[in-house]
Write a new protein. Structure first.
Length: 130
């Protein structure tokens, strides 16, 4: 996972033709503007119900199709496991998914002075990339 820091109005470019711009910082939310060529769907979020493994497999297949990847393309995931999260890690690994689990309790917490509109979870997000 790549974690970047951008200010309002700054843009990142993905694959040379997809632009993501920070539009604002409002409380704990950061609205993003996404510009992509015609024919590229810019979806932001997929919700999967608890333990709905059929839906999980369908979403992975749809993502591979959307990005033009072969069915056997490797899948990499990373998430913070809660008290019930390791069953999912074992399942994904058994399915051939390259999965990493982040245990936030084992991360060093860095206390910094930030404006109130910057989310307090930024140090944890930065640790994920290490």
């Amino acid at each position: 996972m790549l974690v970047l820091t951008r200010r309002i109005g700054e843009t990142i470019v993905i694959a040379g033709n997809i632009r993501v711009m920070v539009v604002a910082i409002k409380g704990g939310k950061v609205p993003l503007g996404i510009t992509a060529p015609a024919g590229i769907q810019a979806d932001c979020l997929r919700s999967i119900g608890p333990r709905d493994l059929d839906c999980l497999h369908k979403e992975i297949a749809k993502a591979k199709k959307r990005f033009g990847l072969p069915d056997d393309a490797p899948v990499f995931t990373c998430y913070e496991a809660g008290r019930d999260g390791f069953w999912l890690h074992r399942y994904l690994t058994a399915q051939g998914v390259h999965n990493s689990v982040v245990d936030s309790a084992s991360m060093q917490v860095i206390v910094v002075s930030c404006p109130a509109d910057i989310p307090s979870n930024v140090p944890i997000a930065e640790k994920v990339t290490e």
